[in-house]
Design a protein around this ligand. Structure first.
Ligand SMILES: *[C@@H]1O[C@H](CO)[C@@H](O)[C@H](O)[C@H]1NC(C)=O
Length: 322
């Protein structure tokens, strides 16, 4: 039984991988007016973002893609997404506004069964629903990776109750054979087809809002030759171009991160930078990695060449006009 399950997982991941992998080898241009950036934490680069009057203002949501483990898990995957990021996106970007229906229904019925007088999810008034709807000029998206989802009897008693996860009522994981962004990553599997699906879902579900990719990138071990990061960017940018060709209104892309940074509870171990930071010296010396050269060339040519090898022998400098 165990072996059959593992075999099924392998087949699923291979099937999904193959059907969606971008196999194109030509150089692809980014659309006119498309904007790029590289961000890092605001306390590290003060003033990187300035908002002037008349600028657009919007919300940034952090979203994984959740793929059903099998066909019977489609609703489970959908529910997990509605709980994770639909709870913010639905009130703002959907035509109806308000919480996602599955949140209202699940939390109300669980609350009743748990002996609460009313749902643990507070209700919006009609005025609040109207006020929140359309209140963001763009859909800011932080995206990194994808997980699989299933729902069967194993979910009963799997989570503490009441809890957020118990309300969503599904189990998520990443198959061991998916590619790690670096050996030892706790969470960051390289799954570009999930990014592609996520962008299409945002287009279909919310009337194709302007999407700003405000964070995307991967962590690696220390070192200047970060081929894994270059290949992550190549595959995720190709997935984004696929989505744009299919009509998604993605207008901006921001690489995370400009330089290595303090990465929440992974501290300084997870290295996200286009630039390496040497934490062992007071100067915190920054050195461009291969990915910095790759990204610079991408910005200069405004195109994605899957066979491009950046020339790292030239000193990194700022080109005026790019
Ligand atoms: C539920 O599905 C998971 C993943 O496919 C499997 O490992 C587990 O054995 C299943 N649980 C039951 C009770 O069937």
């Amino acid at each position: 039984m165990g072996q059959i399950t593992v075999l099924c997982l392998l087949i699923f991941s291979l099937a999904y991988g193959n059907s969606l992998k971008t196999e194109r080898h030509e150089t692809r241009k980014f659309p006119d007016g498309f904007r790029f950036g590289a961000a890092t934490a605001s306390y590290q680069v003060e003033g990187a973002w300035n908002v002037d009057e008349g600028d657009t203002i919007g919300i940034v949501l952090s979203a994984f893609w959740y793929e059903p483990e099998s066909e019977k898990d489609a609703q489970a995957a959908e529910d997990v997404m509605q709980f994770e990021w639909g709870q913010y996106a639905n009130p703002i970007f959907s035509e109806t506004g308000d919480w996602p229906a599955v949140m209202k229904n699940n939390i109300a019925s669980k609350s009743a069964a748990q002996g609460f007088y009313r749902s643990r999810l507070p209700e919006f008034t009609p005025d609040e629903v109207a006020m929140i709807k359309g209140s963001s000029d763009f859909f800011g998206l932080n995206h990194y990776t994808t997980k699989l989802v299933y729902r069967n009897e194993s979910v009963l008693g799997y989570y503490a109750s009441p809890s957020y996860y118990d309300d969503a009522n599904a189990i998520t994981y990443q198959p061991a054979d998916w590619i790690d962004s670096y050996p030892g990553t706790k969470w960051l599997k390289v799954v570009p087809w999930g990014f592609h699906k996520l962008l299409n879902k945002i287009r279909e579900e919310y009337g194709n809002p302007p999407v700003y990719i405000t964070e995307n990138g991967c962590s690696t071990n220390p070192g200047i030759m970060d081929d894994a990061r270059v290949s992550y960017y190549m595959s995720y940018l190709a997935a984004m171009l696929d989505a744009i060709e299919e009509g998604c209104d993605v207008q901006l892309y921001t690489a995370w991160s400009l330089m290595d940074n303090f990465e929440w509870y992974f501290g300084y171990d997870d290295r996200f930078g286009l630039y390496e930071v040497d934490y062992s010296v007071d100067e915190r010396t920054r050195t461009p990695r291969k990915s910095a050269y790759f990204y610079k060339d991408l910005l200069r040519t405004r195109s994605l060449d899957p066979h491009h090898e950046p020339d790292m022998s030239v000193p990194m400098e700022i080109d005026i006009g790019h």
